[in-house]
Design a protein around this ligand. Structure first.
Ligand code: MSP
Length: 534
């Protein structure tokens, strides 16, 4: 079975050192492999990637885990439709997913495909541990199952007899299955939520989970007799493991959990600091998964970070209705950074948000083109025109410069606080407030007039040195969200783009060294004529 991706070189073999807590392991959910990813899936990957980039810039050894959920019945169905063996189908889909994440600059350090032998081994190991603990038993299952959701529904959860999410009639299943003794974990789970109030964020979602668990938990059917595509139940190959039971295990597969138990990587990276998941799959992560880990004697993750939905024009994205936007369509028009910016700016993490082509066009033109792009262009080209492309000495500033430095300090504080709390929309709006402040500073100081005035040139030098330094700071502040734009801005300033651990130093108002060559460059966000794809 081909493994499409290998760990990134800089993480392979990296064992986080330093004091406990000085490493960061963040996971994304693993989408089903039976359709290409849309901008809703992309949102989660972009947010997790931005967080991972931020942590690395702060010098924290970081591992970002992604993957693909390949053992679903929908995969087998899609493969059959296309006349392919399921494995051949998922191999092809894995290429599609990885290419999409690459095109969005989402850089996973590890990518788990649930058909990989290492994942079968990890799943088998955890299953057997849970079985050895006496928490798996055989019983008769009877109930409703929605294949599109890959989940069981109680009769009272259905709406007019239909799946509440897909509005389709679920299947009535009557089978002999293996069950996980979830009911036994009701109290331990409630204790966990009480002990770790931040286990599920945001709080509203935590409250939903607590009241769900408080109502009592039923044991969970974790195998299927009638499904062939999947991981066989250990010691009973007539059954396959329920796809959700194996899917969540990917998080430990990715850091080396397996028959050998805890190897060095596992000890170094597990437990995860954050599992990032959409609001529709909280129960699997905040209830079933911790119960499975408790049963298997594996430490629990620190936090389940849940996000809302990206809608499209106010309505749910829907592949079947053709109401969908794929990342490629946006990237082709506006570039990956613009999509990353738009999604994280427009969709507050804890709520739903909306994508429209109009808002994409507006943000591209206004925020990126006029505010940021123009700031970089005007600053570097004035240095080119008036100062022969050399960074000037800053000299003694006055009240306006003090004000701008204070605005910068506020921006850094806001960004750090917001990003740590997964509030990227607030971080970006803080950065853009600063961008606006710098543009205002330039408008007020009018360097083009200072350039015409007879000597001394000290004031012109101060103004352009201040503007250059502000641009440099913005280039760092946007780096987690817009990596290539940050690279380009540094290059326009003639600076080497910063690497891991350089966040702290970039905060201080050091200034671009006097005499340094500032080459400038082309417009970062050139005008785009088409508003929506043809
Ligand atoms: N395969 C499971 C996850 C298993 S994790 C062990 C699954 N796959 S999914 O493809 O349906 O969804 C993958 C992720 O994308 C989920 O976190 C889901 O919430 C998220 N999103 C799917 N559509 C979305 C939007 N429209 N907006 C934001 N996130 C969305 O569930």
């Amino acid at each position: 079975m081909p493994s499409v991706s290998e760990p990134r070189a800089h993480v392979a073999g990296l064992v986080p050192g330093g004091a406990a807590g000085r490493r960061y392991f963040v996971t994304t959910s693993i989408p089903y492999a039976n359709g290409r990813p849309h901008i809703g899936h992309a949102y989660e990957m972009i947010a997790a990637d931005a967080m991972a980039r931020y942590k690395r810039l702060r010098g924290v050894p970081t591992l970002l885990l992604g993957g693909l959920d390949e053992n679903s019945q929908n995969v087998a169905k899609e493969a059959a439709k296309e006349g392919l063996a399921p494995q051949a189908y998922v191999d092809r889909m894995a290429d599609v997913f990885l290419a999409t994440w690459r095109s969005l600059d989402v850089e996973f350090d590890e990518f788990v495909r649930t058909t990989q032998p290492r994942h079968h081994a990890a799943t088998t190991e955890l299953y057997q541990r849970i079985e050895a603990a006496g928490d798996i038993y055989r019983g008769a299952y009877e109930g409703w199952y929605c294949v599109s959701c890959e989940r069981y529904y109680a009769a009272d959860e259905l709406v007019d007899g239909l799946c509440p999410s897909h509005r389709t009639k679920p299947d009535w299943i009557q089978e002999d299955n293996y069950f996980f003794r979830l009911s036994k974990y009701q109290q331990p789970l409630l204790d966990l939520y009480a002990r770790a109030p931040d286990f599920i964020v945001p709080e509203a979602r935590r409250n939903e989970v607590v009241s769900f668990v408080a109502q009592g938990l039923k044991d969970l059917s974790i195998s299927r007799a009638s499904v062939q595509w999947g991981i066989p139940v250990p010691n009973d190959p007539t059954q396959t493991i329920y796809v959700w039971f194996d899917a969540v295990i990917n998080y430990i597969t990715g850091v080396g959990f397996g028959p050998a138990g805890a190897d060095g990587r596992f000890a170094a990276w597990w437990p995860a600091q954050a599992h990032v998941v959409g609001k529709d799959i909280i129960r699997f992560h905040a209830v079933y998964w911790p119960a499975m880990l408790m049963a298997g004697g594996v430490p629990l993750p620190e936090q389940i970070v849940t996000h809302g939905w990206v809608n499209f024009g106010g309505e749910k994205l829907s592949k079947s209705r053709g109401h969908v936007v794929y990342p490629r369509e946006v990237i082709d028009l506006y570039g990956a950074d613009a999509l990353r910016y738009h999604l994280l700016r427009e969709v507050p993490f804890d709520r739903d948000g909306d994508f429209t082509w109009e808002s994409m066009a507006r943000r591209y033109q206004a925020d990126l083109g006029n505010d940021l792009g123009n700031l970089v262009l005007r600053t570097t080209s004035m240095v080119g025109r008036y100062l022969a492309g050399q960074a000037p000495p800053a000299g003694a500033g006055g009240a306006l410069e003090d004000e701008l430095r204070a605005a910068a300090a506020t921006a850094w504080d806001d960004v750090e606080r917001s990003v740590e709390g997964w509030r990227f929309h607030q971080a970006l709006s803080a950065i853009w407030e600063f961008v606006t402040a710098v543009n205002r500073y330039i408008d007020r100081t009018e360097p083009w007039r200072l350039a015409k005035a007879p000597a001394p040139r000290a004031r012109l030098q101060t103004v352009l040195a201040t503007s250059l330094e502000a641009v440099r700071q913005i280039a760092m502040l946007i780096r987690p969200v817009m990596p290539p734009t940050s690279d380009a801005m540094h290059q326009h300033l003639g600076l080497v783009p910063p690497g891991p651990g350089e966040w702290e130093a970039a905060r201080s108002w050091t200034g671009v060294p006097a005499g340094h060559r500032v080459p400038g460059g082309p417009a970062l966000f050139p005008r785009v004529e088409t508003k929506t794809p043809a």
